[in-house]
Write a protein that binds this ligand. Structure first.
Ligand SMILES: [Zn+2]
Length: 97
């Protein structure tokens, strides 16, 4: 697990800058958190060998990253059309209004 966590941070500088320019805040609609954002492989999970490339990355705040990683939520769409998906078993998304 430790090596995976370390590899997740190994984003080339140019890619990190491009990502930070594109996602100035958490990409979840309605979330304005811009501090302490975490990079996420949102299309193809890192654990499934998702590539570390701009199209497969987005930035989430810690809370939304936690919910996606541990609570079954998902981020879909893409820049300009992000959608925050509640897990199928959860009919009451807490953070979308
Ligand atoms: Zn957020």
């Amino acid at each position: 697990m430790l090596s995976v966590a370390n590899m997740k941070r190994a984003i080339p500088a140019h890619l990190r800058r491009a990502l930070e320019n594109r996602d100035e805040k958490c990409v979840v609609p309605g979330c304005d958190v811009a501090q302490g954002l975490e990079n996420d492989h949102y299309q193809i999970d890192f654990m499934s060998d998702g590539p570390t490339e701009l199209w497969n990355l987005c930035r989430l705040c810690r809370w939304h990253h936690y919910m996606k990683t541990h609570c079954g939520y998902a981020i879909t769409g893409g820049p300009g059309s992000w959608e925050w998906q509640a897990p199928l078993s959860e009919k009451n998304p807490v953070l979308t209004s």
